[in-house]
Write a protein that binds this ligand. Structure first.
Ligand code: 26Q
Length: 805
């Protein structure tokens, strides 16, 4: 986009007047932010409209990415960068006496996701727009996003994330595109004049689905795609008018409340399955609304739905939108009069499914009675899909009942959503090579045998625009100065930095950039938490959802060990380090919350003990989310990717750190395996059990955590200290849950088992860090090799191998 400072200034001033009747001198920052956002919407509107018109006139095949989560964070900066007008706007505002950064800080994070899966969806729509792929995100406009986290006395306190407390400048409500989603009711069967059986749903509860569209601007390519988020509303007054007039107001609006509840709040769950009716409602609600609007668009054009898969690819982000399979069947059969076989052919060829987890407890299953009651017609279709599928199995395996029973979509009174998704789509992919292999050879082995061409890998990626250009303008400038700007459009060209890894002047500048990002983070920590950290210490960072398999516990055990070591020998040589954590725990996950308390308790003691002053510091940064990630990740020297091997499907934080020049300490898990392959042994620190070993132990037992504890004095001492309340503030039995997890439950994630190997790896890190030049060389190699992990690369593969666009 072409824009000069003077034009911008006059546009902005006019905007303030038309929106708020204010001048730059009288308007406060919030109004200025809103006006700037609205102006950006104006700037994008032409390209947004042209993009849609172009897709239509070119009859382009469309991709619809269905996801219950879109963790997009803030939009202002990325819109400014993608339109290429950030500098002009910055200058213009400066001339008007306003700091763009202050305005940007007013924007609430759109935190409509839990973690990796939701952030991946956000990176993917960004990449689709930047590659000019006709991709639309379909999701829910939650009234409240992922809860806000405060830490009080070391405990996590949750409060609602009211992200819409100031109006969302980026959204456009599309009343014209609203549609009806039907819950409950009774399916009535009747024969049509054409001799076919028709099904009509009677006495259902109608819920109005209203879409809100947000722009997804591509990177300087004139493309603006759409993120369409659905909101549930009542049709009409939505409450009992008679009751209302009688004065029973509260009762009268109850039904309104229950309708609004559908899209009220995001489930704050990361990978533990929860059989909640409301969650199933959410899943059906947005899947149905999304599919209805797709079909409506095609019918408007007169495109034959029997060839739907030629014009549309529907991708489902995990099984959360897996009801797309029976819902598309329902729409094609019941509403469009298609026969089963052609509807099935269209459905399977349209839908692709990504699996994001191998944790058995995270695989979605729904109780049959609940399912049937909420979605009776959909249940009938699932039964029919399963009847035909098990029929095929029976023919193929000569009536082997064991096989049939274990692969049946409906099993032991539950509907297994992963199985439904596999049977109903033409592609099933894992999110890193190792993950895909485990799916193919272990978890979903029999499905892979039955559908050998269906399974494939698509290693995750991250938007280098957000995670490098936007989060780290200082590093971006250094890269531009060294290799030019080509990498911005072709991220694999970051490899051109390879020629600077031996260049002393470059490495010195790289160290200066890192130090600057650490200073910025230090001042944030000082302002927010009143803790002083030393920017010259090694910043060792673990940020991600709190889960036992991710092993924040292993990290903090290592800190406790180091602390003991310094106390025992005050002269011990220890590389000064700042251990930084950021993590939200699912509100019902007590063990995870207990781990947060442990981290904060250790932090209290370590940070106040004069004996360790200037050597180690521990900081838990509350309310970790996209915007805080943008501050923390560029400041990392060491990236902690220490999950129990085989448990982390991919990880994407690992890629973000790498791209910002952190060195990784990692187990051979998820995408760490591929990062290791890219950078080579010398530029990553690997430790711990392999996934084969973990799986072996899990299958055959043979690991005793208590024996481990007995053998390792460092560990038994730490556990003893936790028991006796040694680490300040906390009472003696505070960490009972963790201790029970490690002992009585036999340490299911092999934390104790990997401890020794982790300590040695950390010693190696400390040694390497003392040589500043060789450390920054490792850092440079990591940046240079990170281009393959751009989500542009990932999306290109989805586009050619799954979506065929
Ligand atoms: C399921 C049922 C009921 C309620 C909630 C859920 C639920 C919600 C969120 C289940 C799973 C999730 C999120 C999973 C997730 O974020 N997985 C991560 O996906 C990333 C992107 O592929 C990977 O990099 C991570 O390894 C994986 O953990």
């Amino acid at each position: 986009m072409i824009l000069d400072t003077e034009t911008f200034k006059s546009d902005f001033k006019r905007k303030l007047i038309t929106m708020y009747r204010q001048s730059v001198d009288t308007a406060g920052d919030t109004l200025k932010y809103m006006a700037l956002g609205s102006l950006m919407m104006d700037y994008m509107s032409g390209a947004w409209h042209e993009t849609e018109t172009r897709y239509q006139s070119e009859c382009r095949k469309r991709v619809y990415y269905f996801s219950l989560e879109f963790l997009i964070g803030r939009l202002m900066d990325s819109a400014l960068i993608n339109l290429g007008i950030r500098d002009v706007v910055y200058e213009g505002l400066k001339e008007l006496g306003t700091d763009l950064k202050l305005l940007e800080d007013i924007e609430p994070d759109a935190g409509l996701g839990n973690g990796g899966l939701g952030r991946l969806a956000a990176c993917f729509i960004d990449s689709m727009a930047s590659l000019g792929i006709a991709g639309t995100g379909i999701g829910i406009r939650y009234r409240f996003g992922l809860f806000e986290q405060q830490i009080k006395n070391g405990y996590q306190i949750e409060s609602p994330d009211n992200w819409l407390k100031i109006a969302n400048v980026w959204e456009t409500r599309r009343d014209d595109e609203a549609c009806m989603v039907k819950f409950g009711g009774t399916p009535m069967l009747h024969w049509g004049d054409d001799g076919r059986l028709y099904v009509e749903l009677k006495d259902y509860e109608p819920i109005l689905a209203v879409p809100y569209d947000m722009p997804v601007p591509g990177f300087r390519n004139g493309t603006v795609n759409t993120l369409r988020l659905w909101s549930a509303e009542t049709d009409g007054p939505g409450f009992d008018f008679a009751m209302f007039s009688k004065g029973d107001h509260e009762k009268a609006i109850e039904s309104t409340n229950s309708v609004n509840a559908i899209t009220n709040v995001l489930y704050p769950d990361d990978s533990t399955e929860r059989g909640k009716l409301l969650r199933l409602k959410q899943e059906y609600f947005f899947t149905s609304a999304g599919l209805q609007s797709i079909l409506k668009g095609l019918k408007r054009e007169g495109f034959p739905l029997s060839r739907l898969h030629e014009r549309v690819a529907v991708h489902i982000n995990d099984t959360h939108p897996a009801l797309a399979v029976p819902e598309l069947m329902r729409l094609l059969i019941d509403e469009e009069g298609m026969g089963w076989d052609s509807a099935w052919n269209v459905t399977v060829n349209t839908i692709g499914y990504t699996n994001h987890t191998i944790l058995a407890e995270a695989l979605e299953k729904w109780n049959v009675p609940m399912f049937k009651k909420l979605l009776p017609r959909i249940y009938m279709i699932v039964e029919e899909i399963n009847r035909r599928f098990t029929g095929e199995l029976s023919r193929r395996y000569n009536g082997d009942w064991g096989k049939l029973a274990s692969m049946s979509i409906i099993q032991d009174g539950v509907v297994k959503m992963a199985y439904l998704a596999i049977v109903g789509s033409h592609s099933v992919n894992g999110v890193a090579e190792l993950h895909t292999e485990i799916l193919k050879n272990q978890e979903l082995r029999s499905f892979n045998e039955f559908y050998p061409d269906r399974f494939n890998n698509k290693t995750n990626g991250i938007s280098h625009r957000r995670w490098l250009m936007q989060a780290n303008p200082e590093l971006t400038a250094l890269i531009n100065e060294s290799i030019g700007c080509g990498w911005q459009k072709e991220p694999e060209r970051l490899s051109e930095l390879g020629r600077f890894t031996q260049d002393g002047a470059f490495l010195e500048k790289l160290r200066a950039v890192k130090l600057e990002k650490k200073r910025q983070l230090s001042s944030y920590i000082h302002e927010r938490l009143g803790i002083d950290v030393d920017p010259s210490s090694l910043f060792d960072i673990q940020v991600k959802r709190l889960h036992m398999y991710k092993r924040q516990l292993l990290n903090i055990l290592h800190v406790m060990y180091l602390y003991n070591k310094i106390c025992d020998d005050p002269k011990a040589e220890i590389q000064p380090r700042t251990f930084l954590f950021g993590a939200k725990a699912f509100p019902g996950y007590q063990l995870a919350k207990n781990t947060i308390k442990l981290i904060c308790t250790v932090a209290d003691r370590v940070n106040t003990d004069p004996a360790v002053k200037g050597r180690i510091k521990v900081v838990f940064i509350p309310n970790y989310g996209v915007s805080i990630a943008e501050k923390m990740i560029p400041a990392g020297d060491l990236s902690e990717q220490i999950s129990t091997a085989s448990k982390e499907a991919s990880g994407t934080g690992n890629m973000k750190f790498m791209m910002n020049g952190a060195v990784t300490i990692a187990t051979m898990d998820g995408a760490n395996v591929e990062i290791h392959r890219e950078v080579g042994d010398d530029n990553i620190i690997i430790f711990g059990m392999s996934s084969d070993e973990v799986i072996g132990y899990q299958n055959n037992g043979g690991y005793s955590a208590c024996e481990m504890l007995g053998k390792d004095a460092r560990l038994s001492r730490i556990i003893g200290q936790m028991k006796e309340g040694y680490f300040a503030a906390a009472p003696a039995n505070e960490f009972e849950l963790i201790i029970k997890h490690l002992t009585d439950d036999n340490d299911p994630y092999f934390t104790l088992r990997d401890f020794d190997s982790y300590v040695k790896a950390q010693e190696k890190v400390s040694g390497l860090y003392t040589d500043k030049v060789s450390w920054s060389r490792m850092s440079a190699v990591n940046i240079a090799r990170s281009g393959v992990f751009s989500s542009d690369n990932t999306i290109k593969r989805y586009a050619s191998e799954i979506w065929h666009v």
